[in-house]
Ligand binder design. Structure first.
Ligand SMILES: Nc1ncnc2c1ncn2[C@@H]1O[C@H](COP(=O)(O)OP(=O)(O)OP(=O)(O)O)[C@@H](O)[C@H]1O
Length: 268
């Protein structure tokens, strides 16, 4: 199990004469991702969702510090462990497509990512994987600059799935995708979960989260506001605030009601 235990992330503010103050971005985040589970992490833009994923991989920028614990199968990860697990046990699917190396063709790039997790693949294997993600197999022989934004997102996601990493930390994998491609991609990720992998998926799409995730974790004002099963949300069992956001989605016929303040205790 991948566990964030009372995780906090602070940002440094440098002042005169080398004096530094730390401003909290996230505090007291406790969240589990179990093998076989798809956890959706939702929250407003700038809440710190991407940084939370990056903290597990030792990828926080130099001007940030992380407190609390990140545990893998019960064992607390040191900074060195995080670097060691990166790409092997924990695979990051970044939000930006600039993560693809512009100087390396897609096929060798995905082969390299798989190799890091201990899987040796031929270009034929990569082509087949691309086809499963509705991409042309010839893309193995293509440089990333020839991919559209949505194609590049699917290349990144399909590449992560090719690795043998037990946990995928997937940052907005469905952004820039139409509904059909987004659902196809999430069906693939659900299948990875059925095979025993754990996925922590950052998204702004509550409708997709309610449909595909097992658990939904909501960040608000630097805290974990609530963690609820997607089934509970669909059954009207989440906090009044989250339930109202859900009810206001087009998929729910925009049921209009006053949105309670998120500060209300859940289920108040
Ligand atoms: N190197 C940095 N120095 C200072 N602040 C930073 C740095 N990187 C990110 N931030 C700030 O940290 C906050 C959280 O960023 P993060 O990318 O995690 O947000 P997010 O929840 O993923 O947002 P979005 O949904 O828009 O992708 C933002 O306010 C961002 O400006």
């Amino acid at each position: 199990m991948l566990t964030f235990n009372r995780l906090a992330i602070d940002i440094a503010h440098y002042r005169w004469l080398g004096h530094t103050t730390w401003q909290p971005l996230l505090s007291n985040i406790t969240l589990d991702v179990r093998p076989g589970e798809l956890v959706a992490l939702v929250g407003s833009s700038g809440e710190g969702k991407s940084l939370l994923l990056q903290s597990a991989l030792g990828l926080l920028p130099d001007n940030m510090r992380c407190r609390g614990e990140i545990r893998l199968d019960g064992q607390c990860l040191s900074d060195t462990d995080k670097i060691h697990q990166r790409g092997k046990t924990l695979c990051y699917v970044p939000q930006g497509v600039s993560a693809l190396n512009p100087l390396l063709k897609v096929g060798p790039q995905l082969q390299r990512a798989a190799r890091l997790s201990g899987v040796a693949l031929g270009l034929d294997d990569v082509s087949r994987q691309l086809q499963q993600y509705n991409l042309q197999p010839e893309l193995v022989d293509t440089y990333p600059r020839r991919l559209s934004g949505g194609m590049a997102k699917r290349v990144l996601a399909s590449g992560a799935a090719l690795t043998h990493a037990r946990y995928l930390l997937a940052d907005e994998i469905t952004a820039w995708l139409d509904d059909e491609h987004a659902c196809q991609l999430l069906h693939h990720f659900k299948r990875l979960c059925q095979q025993g992998r754990g996925v922590l998926w950052v998204t702004h799409d509550l409708a997709l989260a309610a449909r595909f995730a097992d658990t939904i974790a909501v960040l608000h004002h630097g805290q974990l506001h609530e963690t609820v099963s997607a089934q509970a949300l669909r059954d009207n069992g989440a906090s009044p605030w989250l339930q109202s956001l859900w009810a206001a989605l087009p998929e729910q016929q925009f049921i209009h009601q006053r949105v309670p303040q998120p500060e209300c205790p859940p289920h108040a």
